[in-house]
Design a binder for this molecule. Structure first.
Ligand code: PLP
Length: 817
């Protein structure tokens, strides 16, 4: 690590206060101090950032471009300070001037440029790429409004705009010198020039894509990678011409296009909405990123055929899949290559990560929309499809059903996953179970056709944010026990195994968990006005609200426990605090109703003197990375209860494990591998297996009404949804939820996520967990073993696998003078 000069740091703070705010330190507000500290931190980053760029140029190194519609970064200040190794010095400087680093960090808005797991994965990957020293660019969109801010009003979710740029964001740097033009609409003229077809795009609308760069600071290695997010501006030149020609409407349209393009992040998680503006956003950032990447390549290389040696484009889900056709367009039309050479390059540059098998999440753009918006790109997709179908017919002669099923264009739709698989050289799932389901069921036809493309990359998380930053007490404890090597090699936590059987270490662990629960309890007191007992079990389910994630199973079981306590007030009962945090997509009615149900149950249960505070229900408003960090650190139980086969991986599960929470979960996604690492005796596993779910779905034999009829206690819980127990003013409040469990609707079978089917088994596992919680020694041992076995789930491990199998990058070495 470089030596940090406290004097210089303080001088930079003073300078920034003077220049930006015309204040002295003793006149500055915490908000101003935050901006000034960010300025001084940027000054520390700048040299390393420039040197990394220099090294990249010198080595002419291969880079990965991680194309993602979402980067859920969380706050940068605290993380940058830790990765720079400057925390001690900066704390001391702030101390001297009378400010506390934690409260200064709280002044930073969360750049919430993502929905949930997919966007957070991208952020963890960037942290690991920089820390491991690999050349990388994150490529995305600078949404004017990030993920909406969630307010809970009378128990309902209310969405407010997240105006994260309103005071300026100090960690971004506008780079107008790298602006490029992106074109939409119009038509394609074909001209015959010199024995060759030339495609000329005319009558289009264009915007200027302007990049903003954010530094991604590696931990202690002086490597600084770049997150490049694109803003849209009107094309000034074009506008003037339009006015000159009297084309007032045309000019305003371009202005509007630029203004609207990057206005909002669509708040859907795992759900395809088919909005025209969304496709525009996809093409916008992909085209800008690819144009720039090719330009950069050409500055240092003269043979375009060697692009695959210097650049790889990883597509985070199908959202950026238009990249394969855009790269073909650049190679064919701008570089003048023939189809076969362009295809050879493209199909060795692009790789695809699949994130879901759920039908409602698959992107299928209406052909009409796609062709109108991207006429030249559409021609190219048509040609890719034509050539691919010839291949299919060759491999499966006469099997027209296969041809229909596998086509990229079929039924008036462009199927983005098919395009990504056909044009990419790698297709990866995000957990072992998920990849097996892709190969054996969902994508089986493609697996038969291209077995060599398929591979697994089990997701991971960065321990720098989710332990070192989020849980300083536990981080220090780990360092005391096993040294600080875990910060860059999480497998080092294996050294904790012996401490699981050490009574003193167990006590220390329980004390730290208790302190973190107190910290969360204070947050809850401040934000919810609810008193929670840090001695109760903190049972936490935080993630996007989705039917498949089954928050409904959780809250129905809470109702069930409440009923039992009401019936037997004297029964022995371990006090529990059930904590939820979740945003629902703005248009997802049943998800929003589930939030209302959780809050309604909280109202009744938290205020019922008969149960004497033994159950508390808390809904954390506006779940996001910054409050997530508090929640993981404080959790005893990690709820990972998705319907088996539906959660591709999950990463929340890993963050909880790393912080010593025990998993209560199904054999789904990465839970399978978590249990494999830690042992099933140190987790609470329940419910249908993925294969059982898939079979029940296929044979349609599941009937939740039988469970309803045969079980009075379950029936009672469901009836309470429609008899006003939790909604006295409106007994019909939760009718939609009730119906979804018992009646089929619009092609969806009743209880399609098997909530009633898994109810008993969930209840037993939860009961068993509460029983075990009483044995403090047992619990501490199991929690320590969870931490000790979390090494596999570092995103450092994931990134090394991507590099080995897909990207083939070389590490940069930045000399430290
Ligand atoms: C990790 C994380 C997620 C993903 O959680 P899952 O439980 O894997 O769905 C979503 N949101 C935030 C803020 C996160 O930190």
């Amino acid at each position: 690590m470089r030596k940090i000069s406290k004097e210089a740091f303080r001088a930079n703070i003073e300078e920034a206060l003077k220049v930006k705010f015309r204040r002295r330190i003793d006149e500055a507000t915490p908000q101003m101090i935050y901006h000034a500290v960010a300025y001084a931190v940027n000054a520390l980053i700048a040299d390393d950032w420039m040197e990394t760029q220099e090294e990249l140029r010198k080595e002419n190194a291969k880079r990965v471009y991680y194309l993602s519609m979402e980067f859920l970064m969380g706050r940068a200040l605290g993380n940058n300070i830790l990765n720079l190794g400057a925390q001690k010095e900066i704390r001391e400087v702030l101390d001297e001037i009378g400010f506390d680093l934690n409260s200064i960090e709280d002044k930073e808005p969360d750049p919430a440029l993502g929905n949930g797991g997919l966007g957070r994965l991208a952020a963890c990957f960037l942290d690991s790429l920089a820390t491991l020293g690999y050349p990388a660019y994150g490529c995305g969109i600078r949404y004017r409004y990030g993920m909406f801010r969630q307010k809970i009003v009378d128990g309902y979710q209310v969405e407010a705009p997240d105006d994260w740029l309103k005071d300026g964001y100090p960690f971004e740097l506008r780079r107008p010198e790298y602006a490029v033009e992106v074109r939409f609409g119009g038509y394609v003229n074909t001209e015959w020039v010199g024995g060759k077809s030339i495609f000329v795009h005319e009558g289009y609308q264009a915007v200027r894509a302007v990049p903003y760069d954010m530094p991604i600071v590696g931990y202690g290695n002086h490597v600084v990678d770049t997150l490049r997010i694109w803003d849209a501006e009107p094309l000034a030149k074009f506008n003037l011409e339009a006015f000159d020609r009297g084309d007032y409407v045309g000019a305003v349209e371009q202005q509007d296009l630029a203004k609207n393009l990057v206005e909002v992040l669509y708040p859907n998680d795992n759900h395809y909405a088919g909005k025209e503006l969304r496709l525009k956003q996809q093409y916008f950032f992909v085209s800008a990123s690819l144009q720039t990447a090719v330009k950069k390549f050409k500055e240092h290389n003269d043979d375009i055929h060697r692009l695959p040696d210097k650049a790889v484009f990883q597509m985070n889900d199908t959202h950026p899949t238009v990249a394969v056709a855009e790269l073909m367009r650049i190679l064919l039309d701008d570089e003048g290559l023939g189809w076969d050479e362009a295809w050879e390059i493209t199909s060795h540059c692009c790789a695809y990560t699949n994130h879901t098998i759920m039908n409602e999440a698959l992107e299928k753009w209406p052909l009409e929309l796609f062709a109108r918006l991207l006429p030249r790109v559409y021609q190219i997709v048509e040609e890719i499809n034509r050539r691919f179908l010839l291949q299919v017919m060759q491999k499966f002669p006469g099997d027209m059903d296969k041809v229909r099923k596998m086509a990229i264009i079929n039924d008036g739709q462009v199927k983005m996953a098919h395009l990504a698989i056909v044009a990419g050289f790698s297709v990866n799932g995000v957990a072992r179970l998920h990849t097996e389901i892709l190969k054996n069921q969902e994508l089986h036809d493609f697996y038969e056709m291209f077995p060599e493309k398929f591979n697994n990359k089990t997701n991971g998380i960065t321990q720098r944010r989710f332990l070192l930053h989020a849980n300083p007490l536990l981080a220090d404890w780990c360092t005391k026990k096993v040294g600080d090597g875990w910060i860059t090699d999480l497998s080092k936590l294996k050294g904790l195994i012996p401490y699981a059987d050490d009574p003193a270490a167990r006590e220390e662990f329980l004390k730290i968990k208790y302190e973190n629960k107190v910290r969360l309890a204070e947050y809850i007191r401040k934000h919810n006005g609810i008193e929670v007992d840090p001695n109760s079990i903190f049972d936490v389910q935080v993630k996007r609200l989705h039917e498949y994630k089954r928050q409904l199973l959780n809250i129905l079981n809470v109702i069930y426990l409440y009923n039992q306590l009401k019936d037997n007030p004297e029964m022995e009962f371990v006090p529990r605090t059930f904590i939820f945090g979740a945003k629902a997509a703005a248009g997802y009615a049943i998800a929003k109703e589930t939030i209302k149900l959780i809050n309604s149950v909280a109202d009744i249960v938290n205020n019922d003197p008969a149960i004497a505070g033994r159950i508390r229900v808390v809904f954390i408003e506006d779940y996001r990375v910054s409050n997530a960090e508090l929640l993981f650190a404080a959790a005893d139980i990690s709820e990972q209860i998705s319907t088996a086969s539906k959660e591709a991986s999950g990463t929340g599960n890993m963050k909880f494990m790393l912080n010593g929470a025990l998993t209560l979960g199904t054999m789904d996604g990465a839970n399978v591998e978590i249990v494999e690492e830690v042992g099933s005796e140190n987790a609470f596993i329940f419910g249908l297996s993925a294969q059982e779910v898939i079979e029940l779905e296929h044979n349609g034999s599941y009937d939740p009404k039988l469970i309803f009829n045969d079980n009075a206690d379950i029936r009672r819980v469901l009836m309470q949804l429609i008899n006003g127990t939790f909604s006295p003013r409106n007994p019909e409040q939760f009718r939609r939820i009730y119906n979804s469990l018992l009646s089929s609707n619009g092609g969806n079978p009743a209880d399609r996520f098997f909530i009633l089917k898994d109810f008993r088994s969930y209840d037993q596992a939860r009961r068993f967990a509460a029983e075990k919680y009483k044995d403090r020694d047992w619990w501490a041992r199991a929690a320590i073993l969870n931490i000790a076995h979390s090494g596999k789930f570092s995103s450092d491990r994931t990134i090394e696998e991507y590099v080995q199998d897909i990207w083939h990058l070389k590490k940069l070495e930045i000399p430290c003078e």
